[in-house]
Design a protein around this ligand. Structure first.
Ligand SMILES: Nc1ncnc2c1ncn2[C@@H]1O[C@H](COP(=O)(O)OP(=O)(O)OP(=O)(O)O)[C@@H](O)[C@H]1O
Ligand SMILES: [Mg+2]
Length: 233
């Protein structure tokens, strides 16, 4: 099934006292179940703006955006929130963990909004997810006591704990050294493969971009294939 479809998507903003600024320009993209997509682009090319649209956080200014064959515009913002919570997991460069809460509590938090799960059930699901990212021995650690790589693993466990169909990662390894970044990406890919989720990674790291099956580049808001001429870039 096609998870997401974008056709001629633009995103324009109107800064005060300035001409309209086109951040995304005619973006076409289809995301199928289980896809592995990477998007590279310079700072300011529109990557995060695109990710916010893919994650149903923002709507296009014009063009078509469909989630599972239905126009996203036809959903209320409450419905969009529900779809996002249920089907989309986000991983960011800044891990955005709740300080003062253990790894287990951080991962269990998204389950609070899923209905019908008792306290102990939530803890069991969160513990299993942490085990899957290699942190079974860190359940009760506070984020401030964890290394960057471990914090990102907690953030990944939290993003994946509700079994999303789509994982959106914006510079997930940006705050990590090369080796740690690669092992963190391996964990994301492994979980995505096991659950059949699609994975879209925005990255500056050519090694990580190269591991995706489908590679795009974004240049001043224009999305194009990065399959050819990637070596020359
Ligand atoms: N609400 C807004 N109002 C005005 N300009 C904006 C707004 N949102 C984004 N921009 C501009 O649009 C461009 C694209 O922003 P975006 O955050 O998508 O870039 P990016 O590719 O993610 O960059 P980076 O790699 O630095 O994270 C930037 O020049 C940014 O300043
Ligand atoms: Mg960005």
């Amino acid at each position: 099934m096609t998870l997401l479809r974008l056709e001629q998507v633009t995103r324009t903003v109107l800064p005060p006292d300035q001409p309209a600024l086109t951040i995304l320009d005619g973006v076409d993209l289809a995301v199928e179940e289980g896809d592995r997509i990477s998007i590279v682009g310079r700072s300011g090319s529109g990557k995060s703006t695109l990710l916010n649209i893919l994650g149903l956080l923002d709507l296009p200014t014009s063009g078509v955006l469909e989630f599972q064959d239905r126009a996203v515009r036809s959903y209320s913002s409450g419905e969009r929130d529900r779809i996002r919570g249920q089907h989309i997991g986000f991983v960011f460069q800044q891990f955005n963990l709740l300080q003062g809460r253990t790894a287990l509590e951080n991962v269990a938090t998204p389950l609070l909004y899923a209905t019908g799960r008792s306290f102990w059930r939530r803890r069991a699901i969160a513990a299993e997810m942490l085990e899957q990212v290699g942190l079974a021995h860190r359940l009760d650690s506070l984020p401030e006591r964890l290394s960057g790589g471990e914090q990102q693993r907690v953030a990944i466990a939290r993003a994946l704990v509700r079994g999303p169909r789509l994982i959106l990662a914006d510079e997930p390894t940006g705050a990590l050294d090369l080796d740690t970044g690669q092992s963190v990406m391996a964990v994301v890919e492994e979980v995505a493969t096991r659950t059949g989720a699609a994975l879209i990674v925005i990255t500056h790291d050519p090694t990580i971009a190269a591991t995706a099956r489908t590679r795009y580049r974004l240049d001043r808001g224009v999305l194009s294939s990065a399959e050819t001429g990637a070596e020359a870039a």
